[in-house]
Design a protein around this ligand. Structure first.
Ligand SMILES: [Zn+2]
Ligand SMILES: [Zn+2]
Length: 97
C-alpha cells in the first residue's frame, strides 16, 4: 500500500543523513563526539646525538649529554599530522627538519 514509496523517500536527503549519523554513533560505541576524545599524543623528547628517548621533562640526554629535541607531530604551517619519518609536509611542502 505505497509503503515502498515511503521507504525510498525516507532513504534520501536529511533522513539519510540522520541514519548515517545514528550509524556512526553505533560504530563509536554511542560516545558523543568521540572524534574529539582522540587527543594528539605528546611525543617524548629524543636525543639529538644518540637518539635515546627521554622523559618529557628531560632537556639533555642522560646517556650522552646531547640536546633533547621533541619530534614534530603536526606541520607547523598547515597542522597536518606528520610522521617522524617525513622530512617534508605531504600537504603543503613545508620543510619539517
Ligand atoms: Zn644521547
Ligand atoms: Zn603542512
Amino acid at each position: 500500500m505505497g509503503s515502498n514509496l515511503d521507504l525510498r523517500k525516507f532513504q534520501s536527503g536529511k533522513d539519510a543523513l540522520a541514519i548515517e549519523d545514528a550509524f556512526s554513533k553505533v560504530v563509536s560505541g554511542g560516545k558523543p563526539g568521540y572524534k574529539t576524545i582522540i587527543e594528539r599524543k605528546k611525543l617524548p623528547p629524543k636525543c639529538e646525538k644518540c637518539t635515546k628517548i627521554g622523559n618529557p621533562e628531560d632537556k639533555f640526554c642522560p646517556d650522552c649529554g646531547g640536546k633533547m629535541i621533541v619530534p614534530l607531530t603536526n606541520c607547523p604551517t598547515c597542522q597536518k599530522e606528520i610522521s617522524e619519518k617525513e622530512r617534508f609536509c605531504t600537504e603543503c611542502g613545508t620543510k619539517l627538519r
